[in-house]
Design a protein around this ligand. Structure first.
Ligand code: MTE
Ligand code: HPA
Ligand code: MOS
Length: 767
């Protein structure tokens, strides 16, 4: 539901161009690509145990099995057996040691998926087991790290704690999350002439796949072409971890000179791929008499799994967002990237930020409980204001934290919500409601400055139609529609003239993954650059053709050429014809690199983010205290979209993010046993929000701000920030439990599953 329709300077809405094909089943995903003659099917044989030394592998029977063409081992790899993106610590195929259950050891290539599957039980492997660690704090104690620990600090916490009126210490744990993209991981590759290889992949990072496939095959990158039509969801899970499947099929194609396909089955995908990182944390928070946070200290233990993958970058964002939307003058936050025997954990919407935010929200909640006040009194007293400095040195400008807070409180009448809830709770012995506020401040840019750039390639064809290529990968977030809007707006032409091409490494090279909520900003700006170059040439052509002076101003409005405000006889198609016949270049490549941003890792200071996205949510929940079942009743949000360029898509991203965030905080429970085996390995045991469990009401109010120059058309990045409103669901439920059982001792341990709610409702321990 949405209100206040646009009253913005520049506003556009446009239906998602994928909508019709999605709902009629015409959209093409990897598994829908018509296979070529002679296509073979790959399947991984993974480690049956989570840690050990491989003594012997016997696949002689599997090799002879019906339909099996080849079994690929590490020794078949012509280049490097290495797929680590940031740190080279992950082999494509295990050689000596295995580090997690399901870690790929062999690739079976067969004439059919079934033949590959049937060969699996014919393989035997002898592994000398080694101790298995699944807990990050245990890994920490043993000194098992994936990468260097880091600390961000400002002021002097030790001195500041001495001056605080109140100091509270505690612990918070937050579990991971399965991505559950509707389309599982997969790739299809085939050999081209001269040993070149083309890979169709469901990846957020076509260049990462190209680079890694080249490395593994021992090729220069130009021999590998990666093409992506769209993803049935990525959510970060295909930023780095789509690579291995793409490399495997490319390797098999190279060795066998045949097309090879591998689309993972759901349970295979759930079992082998990494997830959102679970974290454990210790915190200490100090307040003055006005509840201002004077000091905040936290230590984060990141459960990275068995290889670094994106963990160093994820951990960095945990530190960047450790103080969420609050200012604290004295902060010291440290994070350790702990190595455990789980599948390597990876990017997931929010990229470590949500975990950092959960911990400070826990600290604030604990302080509030001990002071017997509402958490939102502390939250409100500390919201970011212009001029405040983040622990990493960036100075707050154009903060909307207070505006969003005030607006959501006013618009949805916070005082009334509170009094209604307390009336309700007084009058209902077995039903209890709870409420929490959740402010969010999320930094926009890849934290790694180098990645903040993009390119685009635009062709205007002689009939006036336009082909647009960028590095943006469509994964449901609507970036293709936004790219279409950019080109249509700049050229002043109908969207139907424009085609968004697939994302392909031969057309747009050296791309950053579609991630960090920055895809539309980076690629949109690059696209705008390319379009403007062509537009400028066309304006010159128009002036010459219309015999106008150089100083005349030319615009293209609704496909008509307008000179000095007057309609001319020329339209878009005619102008393109003129340009074509007079040999004007109708193609351009654009480039964009985010200005200003920088970060010095040796000092842990800088200005890493182009801008911040702000918002505040009120989350109301209700618990049936007899059964322990609950509902999230409503979520009211005021979110700062800048000047939204597509309100329907931005609203969809906001609602989707909220629901995904609530799922993470409430019902989605990843469970591994001590052997490192995933127990919640199917949709029967891993529950995600469905139509019955989503909030009955989600109200999103667009705070219309001007929006920063570096956001595309001043429309702020929206992909990740709304997920973090879901954190409020945890605290909302906690408050509802305490309304029933004020003495319950409830550890800060997300998710708040119905089981945990029931236990807490009847918890008898004295606090
Ligand atoms: N929305 C849909 N429907 N599907 C997705 O996979 N990924 C999220 C978010 N929204 C995702 C999504 C993540 S993790 C990110 S980083 C952004 O979209 C990426 O797209 P953007 O940069 O265009 O916002
Ligand atoms: N966000 C998302 N993905 C990333 C980032 C980031 O900040 N850095 C590297 N990959
Ligand atoms: Mo998103 S986690 O940056 O792919």
């Amino acid at each position: 539901m949405t209100e206040n329709r646009p009253n913005t300077v520049f506003s556009m809405t446009s239906k998602n161009i994928d909508a019709a094909n999605h709902v009629t089943g015409r959209s093409l995903f990897v598994d829908d690509i018509p296979v070529r003659k002679g296509t073979l099917y790959a399947k991984v044989f993974g480690s049956p145990i989570a840690h050990g030394i491989i003594k012997n592998i016997d696949f002689s029977n599997a090799e002879k099995a019906d339909g099996v063409v080849k079994i690929i081992t590490a020794t078949d790899i012509p280049g490097e057996n290495q797929i680590g993106g940031i740190i080279p610590d992950e082999p494509l195929l295990a050689e000596k040691e295995v580090h997690f259950q399901g870690q790929p050891i062999l690739i079976i290539v067969a004439k059919s998926e079934h033949a590959a599957e049937d060969a699996l039980p014919l393989i035997s492997v002898e592994i000398n087991p080694l101790p298995i660690i699944t807990d990050p704090q245990e890994a920490f104690k043993k000194g098992h790290f994936l990468h260097a620990s880091r600390t961000f600090k400002i002021g002097n916490v030790d001195e500041a704690f001495k001056k605080c009126k109140y100091v509270f210490e505690g612990k918070a744990d937050v579990n991971g999350q399965e991505h559950l993209y509707l389309e599982t991981q997969g790739a299809y590759s085939y050999p081209l002439e001269n040993e070149n290889i083309k890979i169709n992949s469901s990846t957020q990072g076509p260049t990462a796949l190209q680079r890694t496939a080249a490395k593994v095959l021992g090729f220069p990158m130009h021999k590998i072409e990666v093409d992506v039509t769209r993803l049935g969801g990525g959510f970060g899970g295909k930023e780095d971890q789509a690579t291995s499947w793409g490399v495997m099929v490319a390797l098999a194609s190279h060795l066998l000179k045949r097309p090879v396909k591998y689309v993972l089955h759901r349970m295979e995908d759930m079992r082998i791929t990494g997830k959102r990182h679970p974290y454990s944390a210790d915190f200490k928070i100090g307040l003055d008499k006005n509840y201002k946070i004077l000091a905040y200290e936290a230590t984060f233990y990141q459960n990275g799994g068995a290889a670094a993958d994106l963990s160093p970058a994820v951990m960095e964002r945990t530190l960047f967002h450790a103080t969420n939307s609050y200012f604290a003058p004295n902060v010291k936050v440290t994070a350790h990237g702990c190595k455990t025997n789980l599948p390597p954990n990876t990017a997931f919407r929010g990229f470590g930020g949500p975990q950092g935010m959960f911990v400070i929200e826990s600290a604030i909640d604990q302080a509030a409980k001990e002071l017997d006040i509402d958490a939102h009194q502390i939250q409100q007293a500390n919201l970011l204001q212009d001029g405040d400095e983040f622990p990493y040195g960036q100075i707050v400008q154009d903060s909307e934290a207070v505006n969003c807070w005030n607006e959501v409180s006013r618009k949805y009448n916070l005082e009334k919500i509170k009094s209604d809830i307390s009336d309700f709770n007084e009058n209902n012995p077995s039903l209890k409601k709870g409420m929490a506020m959740m402010p969010v401040c999320f930094g926009i840019s890849f934290t790694n400055t180098m990645m903040n750039n993009a390119r685009a390639l635009v062709h205007v064809y002689s009939d006036g139609s336009v082909g647009v290529s960028t590095g943006a990968v469509e994964m449901g977030q609507g970036v293709n529609t936004k790219m279409l809007q950019v080109a249509a707006k700049i050229f002043g032409i109908d969207q139907n003239r424009i085609k968004i091409e697939t994302t392909n490494t031969t057309r747009v090279a050296n791309t950053s993954p579609s991630a960090a909520s920055s895809t539309a900003d980076l690629n949109g700006k690059a696209l705008a650059d390319a379009c403007c170059q062509i537009l400028n040439r066309l304006k010159k052509t128009a002036k010459q053709n219309l015999r106008l002076s150089d100083s005349a101003s030319i615009e293209i409005i609704n496909e008509r050429i307008v000179a000095d405000g007057n309609q001319t006889g020329l339209n878009w198609e005619q102008l393109i014809q003129v340009a074509f016949t007079t040999r004007v270049n109708l193609s351009a490549k654009g480039h964009y690199a985010t200005p200003i941003i920088h970060f010095d890792k040796t000092k842990e200071k800088g200005h890493p983010f182009s801008y911040y996205t702000y918002g505040t949510a009120i989350i109301i929940s209700i618990i049936d205290c007899i059964r322990g079942i609950y509902e999230i009743e409503s979520v009211h949000v005021v979110h700062d979209f800048g000047t939204s360029m597509n309100r329907d898509i931005d609203l969809g991203q906001t609602e989707g993010g909220i629901v995904q965030g609530i799922g993470w905080m409430t019902m989605e429970e990843l469970l591994y046993n001590d052997e490192g085996r995933l127990l919640s390995n199917a949709l029967s045991t891993y529950k995600v929000p469905d139509i019955y469990s989503v909030p009955k009401e989600i109200n999103v109010h667009f705070l219309n701000t001007d929006g920063p120059e570096d956001a595309i058309f001043k429309s702020k990045a929206v992909g990740e920030p709304p997920l973090m409103y879901g954190i409020g669901a945890y605290f909302s439920l906690r408050n509802a439990i305490l309304a029933y059982n004020p003495n319950a001792v409830i550890p800060y341990d997300a998710p708040m599953t119905p089981e945990k709610v029931l236990m807490a409702l009847y918890d008898k321990s004295e606090s």
